[in-house]
Write a protein that binds this ligand. Structure first.
Ligand SMILES: Cc1cc2nc3c(=O)[nH]c(=O)nc-3n(C[C@H](O)[C@H](O)[C@H](O)COP(=O)(O)OP(=O)(O)OC[C@H]3O[C@@H](n4cnc5c(N)ncnc54)[C@H](O)[C@@H]3O)c2cc1C
Length: 444
């Protein structure tokens, strides 16, 4: 009998996990809350370790073909003075690609069930299989799909006056539920209303790939907490300009950093991080980013100015504050940001999600479900993934402290001085352990 998996989330982690599990012979359903599969953000750098995982998932060559491979050009001050240059090691090269292109490659012709928001999950216990509960129509309350789904559910519940009332109070966003109306309703009426709205789906394995605010994690690791980093980030994509880089460039300032790199389609992806209060936003985010970086080197300002108004994205940066001791429960496993959301300073969130997916696929290959093989595979997954990904989280946190979060002019001068004295080769050697990752298929 074919083993079945439900993957919650069609981001980089979910689409990669779908590839890994399908290659391992599993039958997979991918549920995505959004009305469409849409990539988050603009560009992404794939490092050697991520590429090795993508090879394992069968898409490495296509990524190599479509991405732009380049060596880092260097690290600079906010005024454009070089701090560290001359990166030569092939292992420090990155493949930079638009997220839309990467999503297209990872998804292939796979069916993704959109508008399927998971609100809860249970693990396997006794003879019961693990399950997720979907809330229909809660995807995006304003989307056309969600509105028509709501109308259909209302029609179904319109059988009785009481059903109508309960339904109104059970609508998403209407809280608290009218307990009095609920008490007066018969159990069947309540169930009819709830059945129309919620659906429970079972599988041999639930894969929580639903990002930093994972509903699967919240249900089964309820104590885990996320933290605001203190910084917001703007990112955009522009057509390459005369002063655009041929490889990744980083600029470090006081309480802010900026990066840019060439991606596919003759474009440049840029991102700027800066300390900011949580939840801030502007009607004109281009102007806000320009204000933030207005005294930085001209190539930084030029790239922001060249961004179309609709092409800029702003996002506050969060990470998972809790280090999970295990990434699995019986019949449930977490991958990507759901398990180990880290700050983007190390550029490893997506790369480590590819590693998760390749590892999981390998460990689940051909295992029978009758004995404890699934549990053993998930224990092995923890062994491969927990320590490594949490080391990434710690380094990313440390880098945020020395980059974006550093404000004191004295400390900034000391940091810049130190970087200036450190040859690029030393940075390359320090990163070797991270980039040299290979799937356990080749190492165990
Ligand atoms: C500015 C920035 C730059 C970055 N740069 C890099 C980089 O260069 N290299 C790198 O490796 N990483 C980078 N990262 C990190 C990387 O983007 C993330 O680690 C990665 O996207 C995580 O993928 P994921 O699939 O785990 O989560 P997500 O991308 O968050 O995907 C989760 C998916 O699940 C869906 N979902 C959420 N909740 C539910 C639910 N309840 N039910 C159903 N579906 C749900 C979401 O709609 C989404 O599609 C960067 C991050 C940021 C913010």
């Amino acid at each position: 009998m074919t083993q079945t998996a439900i993957i919650v989330g069609a981001g980089l982690g979910g689409l990669s996990a779908a590839r890994g599990l399908e290659a391992a012979g599993w039958q997979v359903r991918v549920l995505e809350a959004a009305p469409q599969v849409r990539p988050l953000g603009a560009g992404i750098s794939i490092t050697e370790n991520g590429l090795a995982a993508l090879d394992e998932l069968g898409v490495g060559d296509e990524v190599r073909e479509r991405a732009v491979r380049s060596l880092p050009e260097g690290i600079y001050t906010d005024q454009g003075s070089p701090l560290q240059q001359d990166f030569h090691a092939g292992s420090s090269a990155v493949h930079a690609i638009h997220r839309g292109t990467l999503h297209e490659i990872l998804r292939g012709d796979r069916e993704v069930e959109t508008g399927m928001r998971v609100v809860s999950a249970t693990d396997a216990s006794g003879s019961a299989r693990a399950s997720v509960t979907i809330e229909h129509g809660a995807a995006d309350p304003d989307s056309t799909d969600a509105r028509s789904e709501r109308e259909r559910r209302k029609d179904r519940a319109r059988g009785t006056k009481l059903g109508r009332r309960i339904h109104r109070f059970l609508e998403p966003g209407d809280d608290p539920i009218d307990r009095r109306a609920e008490r007066r309703a018969s159990r069947d009426q309540v169930r009819a209303v709830e059945d129309a709205r919620f659906e429970t789906l079972e599988a041999d394995l639930i894969v929580g790939a639903d990002g930093i605010d994972s509903a699967v994690r919240k249900a089964l690791w309820p104590k885990a907490r996320t933290d605001y980093s203190g910084a917001t980030t703007w990112f955009g994509v522009v057509q390459a300009e005369a002063d655009s880089p041929a490889g990744p460039r980083m600029y470090l300032g006081r309480g802010a950093e900026f990066g840019m790199e060439p991606i596919d389609g003759g474009r440049v992806y840029w991102w700027g991080m800066a300390l900011a209060r949580m939840g801030g936003h502007a009607d004109d985010e281009i102007a806000a980013a320009q204000r933030q970086f207005d005294d930085w080197t001209p190539e930084v300002r030029d790239h922001i100015a060249a961004t179309p108004q609709a092409g800029i994205i702003r996002r506050d940066l969060f990470s998972l504050a809790t280090r999970l001791r295990s990434y699995h429960r019986p019949g449930v496993v977490l991958v990507g940001d759901a398990a180990h959301a880290m700050l983007p300073t190390l550029g490893q969130g997506g790369n480590s999600a590819f590693e998760d997916a390749a590892t999981l696929g390998y460990l689940l290959e051909g295992i029978p479900l009758e004995d404890h093989s699934l549990e053993q595979a998930l224990v092995a997954y923890d062994r491969e993934r927990v320590e490594r990904t949490q080391r990434f989280m710690t380094i990313a946190e440390r880098m945020a402290r020395t980059n974006t979060r550093m404000r004191s002019p004295l400390l900034v001068a000391a940091r810049n001085g130190l970087l200036n004295l450190t040859p690029a080769l030393a940075t390359e050697i320090a990163g070797d352990w991270m980039l040299a990752w290979r799937s356990p298929r080749h190492t165990s």
